[in-house]
Each structure stands twice: as structure tokens, then as C-alpha cells.
Design a protein around this ligand. Structure first.
Ligand code: HEC
Length: 305
């Protein structure tokens, strides 16, 4: 039987928008293979979804998750998933703040000293196995308990896992049915995920911090990207593909006159840097500058997946 994709499908480009130019999309598909698939993986095209491409490169990154349990035994899921890549922040060059929080922040899950002294907070009572992705990309299980300076990422993972375990227990649900037996793993290191780009046309604004309004802007050098954007504004630009960029909003204000949030990319955590195609050589440059025709061809392809 031909392999077919059984996961969730992305929404298709609506008929009410300008029609997809198939010839342009075919050029875009080649550019995607050349400049994007190394990180975002070979695209999940409609042919693959419908079982017409069983030999596609796409399937090479599809397989079970393998990890080492607390007992030292190798385990693996029954279901297959897409093994996506995480790209180091120093390479991708996008805003570091979000990754930094997970890497550096600590929380006191043991209960503060003052709270302990008055016996009002005994701590969270964490005592749980969590799965952690190590630097060599293998998955291991570590035991986590309360600590006055617990790493925020691990504590968050543990609290999420404890809540899930409690819900599974109280509802009598079998883990395998609901999560395909997948471990809840945390990645070590400092990077951002290169997600599959299916349906990405519908997910503006772009990057993990929503700092780039359209795909055209993302494929343009950073100097050409809008410095300010309005969040919550519902207009969609089907040509540049994303939210409609507005001219600079008044300085020092958080909301514009209609009440839309003003995202100022000059502020730390909002920066729109990195993931850049440019002929300059600096951190965050992933490849050579793309001409406007090349950017449009790639966009045409992304509309089709
Ligand atoms: C070096 C690896 C790498 C290459 C090459 C690369 N990307 Fe990315 N891409 C990423 C990572 C990592 C992110 C997430 C970055 C972030 O959110 O800070 C991303 C994010 C994106 C996003 C935004 C996704 C979202 O949900 O907001 C789009 C769109 C995108 N890439 C398109 C492309 C296209 C098109 C190409 C080829 C022209 C390309 N990328 C090449 C790694 C890469």
C-alpha cells in the first residue's frame, strides 16, 4: 500500500484570493529545495498527503521517537512523527529573549525560605521523571525534584507532565490513546525550531516573536523589514502574504488610536533580526540575497502547501 500522510492537514489557499500561479510555484519549489529544505525538511506536498509520492524524501525524516527510560532501557513509540530540526540561536540570529528565559531563568519550587518558616508553602512537591534531549540529540530520562533554584524549563516541563498524569489517572484514559505514548521531552541547548511550512501562509505575523508581518518581508534583508507593526488588525495581504504593514506609529505609545497593539521591533525581545537572505556576511544570514522574483516564486510555492 502506498504511504499516505495521516496527520493533520494544513488549510488550503482560499478560492476567493488571487489564484496560485502554478508555473511560478514550480520555480518556487526548486528554490525551496535549494535554500529552505535543509532546515525546514522536504515539504509535505498535496501529492504526499494523497499517497501519490511514497518514495518522497519527506519520509526520510518520519519515524518513531526513541528514548532511554529511567531503567536504562531503550524505548520507542508505536506511532511515527516528523523529526524536526532545532537551529542554534547563534546561527539563526533571531531575537534571543525567549530562548534565554528557558535557558537561564530559575524558579524556587522548594518554597521560599520565608514561606517555609511559616509553613505556608511546603514547595511544589515535584518528584517526577522527565525526558530531556541532550546535546548529541539523544533523549534521556532524568528524575526531577524540588529545588530552590530549579531550571525554569525543567520545572515547567515537570508541572505540565504532572498535570497530564493526574488528568490521565482521574479520567482513566490510557496514555497511548491520547499521546501515542510520546514522552514529553525538553530540548537542551539554545535554539528555535524550523517548523514544517505547511499552511504557514495563514499564520502571520512570523518568527517565534511575531516580529515580521509578511513572508515577503521575512525573505527580504532585515533593513527592508517594517520596523513597527500593529497586532490584532484583521486585514490580510494576499500578495506579500501576511498582515498589512502600517506606517510607523507614534513613539512611546503601546496602542494606536484604534486600540491595536503597536509592536516596536527596536525593543529587546521584539527584534526582527536574523533568518536573513543577504549578500552581507554576519550572524543570522542563512543564504544569498533573494531577488524580488525569487521571493515571489517561493511565496507562490508556500501558498500551495
Ligand atoms: C538555517 C536553517 C533555516 C533555513 C535555511 C531556512 N529557515 Fe526558515 N526558519 C528556521 C527557523 C529556526 C525558524 C524559526 C525562527 C524563529 O522563530 O525565531 C524559521 C522560521 C521560518 C518562518 C516563520 C515560521 C513561523 O511560524 O512564524 C518561515 C515562513 C520560514 N522560516 C521560511 C523559510 C523559507 C521560505 C526558507 C528558504 C528560502 C527558509 N525559511 C530557510 C530555519 C531556517
Amino acid at each position: 500500500m502506498a504511504k499516505a500522510f495521516t496527520g493533520l492537514n494544513a488549510p488550503t489557499w482560499p478560492d476567493s484570493f488571487p489564484a496560485i500561479d502554478k508555473a511560478k510555484a514550480a520555480v518556487g519549489a526548486q528554490l525551496y529545495d535549494k535554500y529552505c529544505s535543509g532546515c525546514h525538511l522536504p515539504a509535505l506536498t498535496p501529492d504526499i498527503v494523497h499517497g501519490k509520492a511514497p518514495d518522497s524524501e519527506f519520509w526520510k525524516n518520519f519515524g518513531p521517537i526513541r528514548w532511554r527510560g529511567r531503567d536504562g532501557q531503550e524505548k520507542q513509540t508505536k506511532e511515527s512523527v516528523l523529526n524536526v530540526k532545532i537551529i542554534k540561536q547563534s546561527h539563526i540570529g533571531t531575537d534571543p529573549a525567549q530562548g534565554d528565559v528557558l535557558r537561564n531563568r530559575t524558579v524556587d519550587t522548594a518554597g521560599s525560605e520565608l514561606a517555609r518558616a511559616v509553613h505556608s508553602s511546603p514547595g511544589l512537591g515535584l518528584d517526577i521523571d522527565v525526558c530531556q534531549r541532550k546535546a548529541d540529540n539523544t533523549l534521556d530520562t532524568i528524575q526531577l525534584s524540588d529545588h530552590a533554584m530549579q531550571l525554569y524549563a525543567l520545572a515547567l516541563g515537570a508541572v505540565v507532565q504532572s498535570s497530564i498524569d493526574e488528568w490521565l489517572r482521574s479520567t482513566g484514559t490510557v496514555h497511548a490513546e491520547i499521546e501515542g505514548d510520546r514522552p514529553n521531552c525538553l530540548a537542551a541547548g539554545f535554539g528555535y525550531k524550523a517548523r514544517p511550512l505547511n499552511g504557514v501562509w495563514a499564520t502571520a505575523p512570523f518568527l517565534h516573536n511575531g516580529s515580521v508581518p509578511t513572508i515577503y518581508d521575512l525573505l527580504s534583508p532585515v533593513a527592508e523589514r517594517p520596523k513597527v507593526l500593529l497586532l490584532g488588525e484583521p486585514s490580510f495581504d494576499p500578495v506579500r502574504v501576511g498582515i498589512v504593514a502600517r506606517t510607523a506609529a507614534p513613539k512611546g505609545r503601546t496602542y494606536d488610536s484604534k486600540g491595536y497593539f503597536i509592536l516596536d521591533t527596536s525593543r529587546p525581545a521584539n527584534r526582527n533580526t536574523g533568518h536573513e537572505f543577504s549578500n552581507d556576511k554576519h550572524e543570522g544570514v542563512l543564504g544569498p540575497a533573494l531577488s524580488p522574483e525569487e521571493r515571489n516564486a517561493i511565496i507562490e510555492f508556500l501558498k500551495s502547501i
